[in-house]
Design a binder for this molecule. Structure first.
Ligand SMILES: Cc1cc2nc3c(=O)[nH]c(=O)nc-3n(C[C@H](O)[C@H](O)[C@H](O)COP(=O)(O)O)c2cc1C
Ligand SMILES: C=C(O[C@@H]1CC(C(=O)O)=C[C@@H](OP(=O)(O)O)[C@H]1O)C(=O)O
Length: 366
């Protein structure tokens, strides 16, 4: 299994949902960066399971223990390793799933690839739980970016077809990005949030689940970050966003909507604003040719409905080679979207921080 992001920063995520611990090693962080552990905990709490009707009832404190890389509240240049102990596992729920794979989860593909040696309990290394260490790395990157005037935020754009107010991609402000994260259910329009929560409750009562869309923005970025072709900002962000289990799509700016537009509608006209080049619209989502253009960077991810639902489902017995019915008895999120909002912020923050470090180190060589 490869769970390593390679760039200026190397982010290596380890552990399984029901192993003694999960964790992350981040290599390449500049020395001397302050890490506010209280602020980091507030960020991790936004993702932690066990609170809210939309969450799995599995309660975990999700308090990181730093084993290396920090000294006197700052990064010390050594690889930073943090672990989170798993304290509330119920592995018996997974006893049947090695033989009878859950539709929509990774049980079947893991069985094929790892020949039965994979850890099935709690989804093993495939679990959404592994986004907690992603958020440790991303939370530290968010703090580094904020000190440089770069702000990352996200909100629930839609759940089950109910839409929140969208970001204004031209006039997106720091406050728009930060406000949803101060509430337990991260939306811009509280009324839309209430309707979404009711829809989740209804799906749960039907022993079903819901999916949705998360919109993420970054403001304060300089123009010129990223590269063409394989190392564009889109590529870098998408690679990290797809590390979040259940993410099935990523679109930047107007995204798939561009397909229905004419060039005259989709092009973002340039204009001068106090010596700065800006665009009047932002269908590009702040990226042209893989490189930031100084406008807000905006992207959305599609999150599928939670695969583990309590309804009986068709599956197969792999040992007997025959069709069967599966009933899942476990503790699952009826909707992954609300808890995945900080995970998307973490993915964006790591990608942007990495690109900035690369840019800085390149220019230092000249
Ligand atoms: C924060 C978070 C929580 C999740 N919770 C659950 C869950 O409770 N039950 C479940 O079946 N899947 C859950 N998932 C999704 C599965 O981990 C994921 O669908 C599975 O690993 C297969 O990966 P894929 O959907 O990317 O193909 C969660 C994902 C995230 C990001
Ligand atoms: C624990 C978390 O979510 C888990 C993600 C998950 C999955 O299959 O992805 C399945 C469930 O695991 P368990 O059966 O052990 O309760 C969720 O609770 C977490 O996100 O921290």
């Amino acid at each position: 299994m490869s769970s390593i992001y390679h760039g200026q920063l190397t982010v290596s995520i380890f552990g399984q949902s029901h192993a003694p611990a999960i964790g992350v090693t981040v290599d390449g962080l500049p020395a001397g960066e302050p890490v506010d552990l209280e602020e980091l905990q507030v960020f991790l709490n936004r993702r932690a399971p066990g609170t809210g009707n939309w969450s799995t009832p599995r309660k975990e404190g999700d308090q990181p223990e730093f084993l290396s890389g920090l000294s006197q509240g700052r990064t010390c240049g050594a690889p930073l390793t943090a672990v989170i102990r798993n304290t509330n596992t119920r592995s018996g729920d997974y006893a049947d799933l090695r033989d009878i794979p859950r539709p929509g989860h990774a049980d079947y593909t893991a069985q094929v690839k790892y020949g039965g040696f994979q850890d099935v309990a709690g989804g093993g290394h495939f679990s959404g739980r592994l986004t907690a260490p992603l958020c440790i790395a991303g939370g530290i990157c968010k703090q580094m970016l904020a000190r440089r005037g770069i702000w990352v935020g996200a909100h629930i754009a839609a759940i089950g077809g109910i839409w929140d107010r969208a970001y204004d991609p031209v006039a997106l402000s720091r406050e728009d990005l930060l406000a949803p994260g101060r509430t337990r259910f991260s939306v811009l329009a509280p009324e839309a949030g209430e309707r979404m929560q009711a829809a989740i409750a209804a799906a749960k009562a039907d022993r079903d689940s819901l999916g949705g869309i998360i919109e993420c923005g970054v403001v304060g970025l300089p123009a010129g970050l990223g590269d063409p072709m394989l190392d564009g900002m889109e590529n870098r962000i998408a690679r990290l966003a797809f590390a979040i289990p259940a993410v099935k799509g990523v679109e930047f700016g107007a995204g798939f909507g561009v397909a229905a537009l004419r060039g005259s509608q989709n092009n973002d006209p340039f204009y001068m604003d106090g010596g700065q080049v800006k665009t009047r619209t932002n269908h590009a989502g702040g990226i042209l040719g893989g490189i930031t253009n100084g406008m807000p960077l905006v992207f959305r991810v599609a999150v599928k409905p939670t695969p583990s639902i309590a309804q009986p489902q068709d599956s197969v017995s792999l040992s007997r080679g025959e069709n069967t019915t599966l009933e899942i008895h476990g503790r699952h999120d009826p909707c992954i979207v609300p808890r995945a909002v900080p995970c998307v912020e973490a993915a964006a923050a790591i990608a942007v921080c990495d690109a900035l470090l690369e840019q800085q180190r390149r220019s230092e060589l000249l």
